[in-house]
Design a protein around this ligand. Structure first.
Ligand code: SF4
Ligand code: SF4
Length: 121
């Protein structure tokens, strides 16, 4: 499958992941969000309004997917929103679903000494 190298600002011309998944999170995360931006999923979880339906699109997503988009509550977005990273599996799944090329996945260096890392107190 064709793919492309991601740029750091790729999200600004994409928005696919904001219109593909149900964006759910522990309900308490929604306390600081505008009330009409969230919907209950069950007793424990809420989701972004507009994402718990057949053709999801987050209520906070402004613009045209694949052209120019912005998040209307970027600073308040949920942990689920932050989890999706450019070129990860979820990102590419959402992009392909919106007829955009997936990104080449870039390997990140992992520290080799994590196990023996010691904190200085
Ligand atoms: S699908 Fe990927 S590139 Fe598109 S907005 Fe989400 S994280 Fe950004
Ligand atoms: S809150 Fe913002 S980042 Fe999260 S799904 Fe909605 S538009 Fe996307």
């Amino acid at each position: 499958m064709l793919s492309q190298i991601p740029t750091p600002d790729a999200c600004l011309s994409c928005g696919a992941c904001c219109a593909y998944f149900r964006v759910s999170f522990y309900w308490a995360e929604g306390i600081h969000m505008p009330e009409h931006y969230t919907e209950p999923v069950n007793a424990v979880y809420s989701c972004m309004a507009g994402t718990n339906q057949k053709n999801p699109r987050c209520i906070a997503l402004d613009g045209t997917i694949g052209q120019q988009v912005s998040c209307g509550m970027y600073e308040l977005r949920s942990s689920s929103c932050k989890e999706v990273q450019i070129a990860d599996q979820q990102c590419n799944k959402a992009r392909v679903a919106h007829n955009m090329l997936p990104f080449v996945q870039i390997e990140t260096d992992e520290a080799e000494n994590d196990d023996s890392f010691e904190y200085v107190s």
